[in-house]
Every structure is written in structure tokens, then in C-alpha cells.
Design a binder for this molecule. Structure first.
Ligand SMILES: Nc1ncnc2c1ncn2[C@@H]1O[C@H](COP(=O)(O)OP(=O)(O)OP(=O)(O)O)[C@@H](O)[C@H]1O
Ligand SMILES: [Mg+2]
Length: 315
């Protein structure tokens, strides 16, 4: 009823207000998506640098990084995506040119180029930027080995560009490659929080202990403030018992770190990158877009909550 009223106010044909037809349901969903995206999300006091990591391939790291970034950006927050995967999938999904000659994260990591010189604006968004990755990055795991401060090169660049006041971004999302090599270590050393996407499949938890062990090592030696703040269940298929079982197991193990929102398996999500788009612009009313919007809101609100708790504890 509520959405029908809103729809009528926008001057839509009265017949669409009947939410029993598929078109009306879509219209109502679109309205909700647009409506909710207009409610501002809380802005953090300082930039939150979130590392999207899981060494398992194809679990939804890139999809999560770009769509969460887009969801935060459409809600008015300033967001930077750092593509740290030589595959350059995040750059592609954001419609950013990343052929070999384009200045990229490689120049930052290896040549010490200031990050500000390689940032590109993402088309279609007012407050979304991207540091692209090119194929050059593929050799960097080896090149990094012989460089000074090889684990801290990304952190140095982030401190100079992202953490310098006045803060240029509210959120920085780093899309990691599917490995635990030096690139991922650089992300873990440079980040504040880890976001682990977990695909709701049978082998979902396999390899996770290795990732957690590496995070512990980084915390012990290189970045004591790093926290696994967020786990997001992706490609959730509500029709299968397996997805529910995996979700239950993950929630039992990780508790409140797991977002309440799960991302459904959605054709629109998988189609969007081939148009150089996020699902937020490709189909803002789809279940995929709505779920990333909801996940972004949870992340933003949790962050605000923990910041408040910290302040209250200090008082
Ligand atoms: N919720 C979803 N619904 C349908 N398809 C999805 C969903 N999330 C991701 N995909 C698809 O699954 C594939 C893997 O996703 P993605 O590239 O995000 O994973 P990844 O963890 O970044 O992979 P890699 O380890 O290779 O970097 C892609 O084809 C993507 O379009
Ligand atoms: Mg990826």
C-alpha cells in the first residue's frame, strides 16, 4: 500500500499500483530501491579501508567490492575501489580502461607513483573512483620480493593519499586476487578491516582457516589494528538446503561478524560486468542490487555504531 501511494505520487498509471502483477511488483521494488538509496548512510569519522579477501577463487570478491562500493556511493558516500588483482576484473566492472599503458596500481606499488596520479573517476557516479589494475601487476609478486618495505608499499600509498586530511574518501574497498601472496599481504597491511565473502557452496569453509591464520600473522607482526569485521554470504540460493546449511554453519562459527543480509544468486549481478556496469546502475530494482544496498547499509550502520561505542567507552 505504502509503495503504491508513493508510486501514485510520482504520477505513475494507477493500474500499476496493483502489486499483484509482476510489472507492479517490479515497479514497487524499483521504488523501494530508489527510495532507500535516498536515505543517507552514516558517514564514518575517518576513511574505512576494507580489504575484500578470500584466497578461494570465484567466491564473489570482485562482485562484492564493486557493488558495495557503488551502493555506498549512490547513498552519497565518497568511495574508492583499489583493484589489486592482475585480472583487472574490478576495473572492467566499473567500466575503467585498464590496458597495459594505463597508469595503475602497479605504478603505485612498484614505482612509488602517488596514488592520486592513477585514480580514475567512475562514469555514472558522482562519488566513486577507481585505481585500476593492469596486466603489469601479474609480475609484481616477484618484483616486490626484492623491494624495500615490500609488505608495506600499499600502506604507505594509502597513508599518503587516503588518510591525509581533509579525507578524500569515506570508504576504500580493496579487491584482492585469489591468493595469499604479497599482493594480498600488502592489502592486509594497508587495511583497517577485512571483509570475507563466502560463497554458499559445499566447500565454502575450506581454506578459510589458512586465510584466518595469515590475518593473525599480519596482525601479530605488521598491522595490529586489523580486524575481520565483516563476512558476507554470497550466491545464496534459497531453493537449496545446502545454502541454508552453509549459512547456518558460517553464522554459528562467526556470529555477528556475518551480515544479516545475504546476496542471492542473481543473473543480473553476473550480467552487469559485461556492460562495464555495477548491478546498482544496470538494474537498480533487481534483487541483487537491493541486497548489496542492504549489505552496504548494514556495514555503514555497524561502523557508526562501533565508533559510537568507542567514544562512549572513552567517556
Ligand atoms: N550473487 C551472484 N549471483 C550470480 N553470479 C554471481 C554472483 N556473485 C558473483 N557472481 C559471478 O560469479 C563469478 C565469480 O565472481 P567474482 O568474480 O566476483 O569472484 P572473485 O572471488 O572475485 O573471483 P576471483 O577469485 O577470480 O577474483 C563471476 O562470473 C560473477 O559474475
Ligand atoms: Mg576477483
Amino acid at each position: 500500500m505504502h509503495t503504491a501511494t508513493e508510486y501514485a505520487r510520482l504520477g505513475a498509471p494507477g493500474s500499476l499500483a496493483d502489486t499483484d502483477t509482476p510489472i507492479a511488483r517490479e515497479a514497487a521494488a524499483a521504488l523501494m530501491a530508489v527510495g532507500r538509496s535516498r536515505i543517507p548512510m552514516p558517514k564514518p569519522d575517518a576513511p574505512r579501508v576494507m580489504v575484500v579477501a578470500n584466497q578461494k577463487g570465484g567466491v564473489g570478491k570482485t562482485t562484492t567490492a564493486v557493488n558495495l562500493a557503488a551502493a555506498l556511493a549512490v547513498s552519497g558516500l565518497r568511495v574508492l575501489v583499489i583493484d589489486l588483482d592482475p585480472q583487472g576484473n574490478a576495473s572492467t566492472a566499473l567500466g575503467i580502461d585498464h590496458h597495459a599503458e594505463i597508469p595503475s596500481i602497479y605504478d603505485v606499488m612498484i614505482e612509488e607513483a602517488p596514488m592520486g596520479t592513477v585514480v580514475q573517476k567512475v562514469e555514472g557516479f558522482e562519488t566513486l573512483w577507481c585505481v585500476p589494475a593492469t596486466i603489469d601487476l601479474a609480475g609484481s609478486e616477484i618484483e616486490l620480493v626484492s623491494l624495500v618495505a615490500r609488505e608495506a608499499r600499499l600502506r604507505n600509498a594509502i597513508e599518503a593519499h587516503v588518510k591525509a586530511e581533509p579525507y578524500p574518501y569515506d570508504y576504500v574497498l580493496i579487491d584482492c586476487p585469489p591468493s595469499l601472496g604479497l599482493l594480498t599481504v600488502n592489502a592486509l597491511v594497508g587495511g583497517d578491516e577485512v571483509l570475507i565473502p563466502i560463497q554458499c557452496e559445499y566447500y565454502a569453509l575450506e581454506g578459510l582457516s589458512q586465510l584466518l591464520k595469515n590475518i593473525d600473522l599480519v596482525r601479530a607482526h605488521l598491522n595490529q589494528d586489523l580486524a575481520v569485521s565483516t563476512i558476507l554470504l554470497t550466491m545464496y540460493d534459497a531453493r537449496t538446503r545446502l545454502a541454508a546449511q552453509v549459512a547456518e554453519e558460517v553464522r554459528k562459527y562467526f556470529g555477528d561478524t556475518v551480515l544479516k543480509t545475504t546476496v542471492p544468486r542473481s543473473v543480473r549481478i553476473s550480467e552487469a560486468p559485461s556492460y562495464g556496469q555495477t548491478v546498482m546502475t544496470y538494474d537498480p530494482a533487481s534483487s541483487g542490487a537491493l541486497s548489496y544496498l542492504e549489505a552496504a547499509r548494514e556495514i555503514a550502520e555497524r561502523g557508526a555504531g562501533s565508533a559510537r561505542r568507542g567514544i562512549e567507552e572513552q567517556a
